[in-house]
Ligand binder design. Structure first.
Ligand SMILES: [Zn+2]
Length: 107
């Protein structure tokens, strides 16, 4: 009878620990960058939550408009005069970090 209640206690402990773990995960991802799927701007989730995307007026949802799947990071100090910015079609954007390619949700 003891072992059963002990097992139950452990189960309850484990379940109450889950939200704590996922909250820690969220805090730990503070430096993780997400890319805007339209202009490729790279920012943290907190920055997107606070300012949305400076380049995209119709940015309305972090979940729908950003992705964590991207390749290559370029920093555009002066996008209008940047060769890389022009090649990527990012000449009319705010200075910042951009992903070169943004992964599709195809996979
Ligand atoms: Zn954008």
């Amino acid at each position: 009878m003891m072992s059963q209640s002990q097992a139950l206690d452990q189960l309850v402990d484990f379940q109450s620990a889950i939200p704590k773990i996922s909250r820690m995960g969220g805090g730990g991802s503070r430096t993780r960058l997400f890319a805007c799927v339209r202009c490729h701007l790279l920012k943290t989730k907190e920055q997107f939550d606070k300012n949305q995307c400076e380049n995209c007026p119709d940015f309305d949802s972090f979940e729908e408009n950003t992705t964590s799947i991207y390749e290559g990071i370029v920093t555009l100090i002066n996008p209008k005069e940047s060769y890389v910015g022009n090649v990527l079609g990012l000449s009319d954007v705010i200075p910042g970090m951009y992903a070169m390619t943004v992964g599709s949700s195809a996979e």
